[in-house]
Design a protein around this ligand. Structure first.
Ligand code: NAD
Length: 401
């Protein structure tokens, strides 16, 4: 990035460090948001949509898609909470900051209410600030989307800092993985999490904070009669189970599922329904950090595209709202009471094809038998790079979209 000392105007290029890009492009992020809005508008409006929606984790990935579907598919007022870095000293902000500026700009242009709170959603202070805003601007909310993905949590009562790990439980896990930077398929070996790491991961990514949010909203009388809340989770195929479903993060997700039942139960007087929606594997900042997943996703993209059933965050969440939660539908739940929008990913034909490719994939055939090119393209787009129609040679202002 070349920046002139006295201004925030610069030409911004991607700077990738492992599984993260440390720069973000304001115009590109805005284009990415615009494309998702266009998709939703093309699908058509959602009937009986929620009117006042709180989205926790609203700036990227599944949370941003939820905000876009609620706002542009259902004309909802949206209040978004997230944790993003602001632009500073010539450095770009994080992508979620630009995504949010863009969302607010596009929403306001159509007369749609959109406000945002940038801070630690795990804290009492941000919960209080959010509740103040709801009371002032919305009265009550009828949908709460819980879409936080965080590596750490400062516990609001003790102040203890907990960190989550992406590790198996019980035994060492060895599998193929993809070094997305070097484009090399190699073996990875991950030692199992110890008991402390497992319980800390549950504190960070489990259901306690979701429950705290719902309790705080109930105590402040900010939930409508019959309100809905939904949190997102993942199951995926067996190749990822040791690191995901059966690993430390899986324990946290099991805890999230328990919280859904506890929330529905504690709010039954208000007829509030809490759901966990099992979503498909997509490229987001959170999923890029999980060993094995980028290789699986590259193979999955290839197969799902061949079967014409490829989906990203926006397609998934439009389907969640239009086919499960609203449009006069009652969610179809699996045997464990969860919504399944991972049905296309988990279709046995898709999984069988991916399993076959998984056995064959190597550095040499990566580009032929997987859709790694799309994986990388989508990864860069998370940070606003590689969007059509954006002039990446032009200097841009890092403080606005
Ligand atoms: P993401 O990294 O794109 O988004 C995470 C969001 O959480 C961002 O808005 C970020 O600002 C916010 N956040 C993180 N820490 C915060 C904090 N302390 N306070 C406030 N906001 C904070 O992640 P994602 O992949 O969209 O994940 C969202 C949910 O979807 C997670 O529960 C994840 O497990 C689930 N999920 C993801 C996938 C996938 O393939 N990516 C699949 C199924 C389910």
């Amino acid at each position: 990035m070349t920046t002139t000392a006295e201004t925030n105007i610069s030409v911004i290029k991607p700077r990738i460090r492992g599984f993260i890009c440390i720069t973000a492009h304001p115009t590109g992020c805005a284009k990415h948001v615009q494309e998702q809005i266009d998709y939703v508008k093309k699908q058509g409006p959602i009937e009986n949509a929620p009117k006042n929606v709180l989205i926790l984790g609203a700036s990227t990935g599944y949370g941003l898609a939820s905000r876009i579907v609620a706002g542009f598919g259902g004309q909802a007022k949206t209040l978004g909470v997230f944790f993003e870095k602001l632009p500073e000293g010539g450095k770009t902000a994080t992508a979620g900051y630009y995504n949010t500026l863009a969302y607010e700009k596009f929403a306001q242009a159509e007369g749609l209410y959109a406000k945002s709170i940038n801070g630690d959603a795990f804290s009492d202070q941000i919960k209080a600030q959010t509740i103040d805003t709801i009371k002032k601007d919305m009265g009550k909310v009828d949908l709460v989307v819980y879409s936080l993905a965080s590596p750490k949590r400062v516990h609001p009562t003790s102040g203890t800092v907990y960190s989550s790990v992406l590790k198996p439980i019980g035994q060492t896990f060895s599998a193929k993985t993809l070094d997305t930077d070097k484009e090399v398929v190699k073996d990875v070996t991950i030692e199992p999490a110890n008991d402390r790491e497992i319980s800390d991961t549950v504190v960070v990514m489990g259901g306690e904070d979701w429950q705290m949010w719902m309790d705080a909203l109930k105590d402040a009388d900010c939930l409508t009669e019959g309100a809905t809340t939904v949190a997102y989770s993942y199951i995926g195929p067996e190749v990822t189970w040791p690191i995901y479903r059966d690993g430390a993060i899986g324990k946290a997700k099991a805890d999230l599922e328990k919280a859904a039942a506890a929330i529905s139960n504690s709010l039954k007087n208000k007829n509030v329904k809490a759901y966990v929606s099992i979503n498909k594997a997509v490229v987001t900042q959170a999923s890029s950090a999980i060993p094995v997943v980028p290789l699986y996703v590259s193979l999955l993209f290839k197969v799902m595209k061949e079967h014409n059933v490829h989906e990203g965050c926006i397609e998934q969440i439009y389907r969640l709202f239009s086919q499960q939660l609203y449009n006069g539908n009652v969610p179809a739940l699996d045997e464990a009471g969860r919504i399944r929008i991972d049905d296309l990913e988990m279709d046995p034909r898709i999984q069988e094809a991916v399993r076959k490719l998984w056995g064959e994939v190597s550095t040499e055939n990566l580009k032929q038998i997987s859709d790694f090119d799309s994986y990388r393209k989508e990864f860069l787009q998370l940070f606003g790079f590689g969007l059509e129609g954006v002039d990446y040679e032009a200097p841009v202002d890092t403080t606005k979209v």
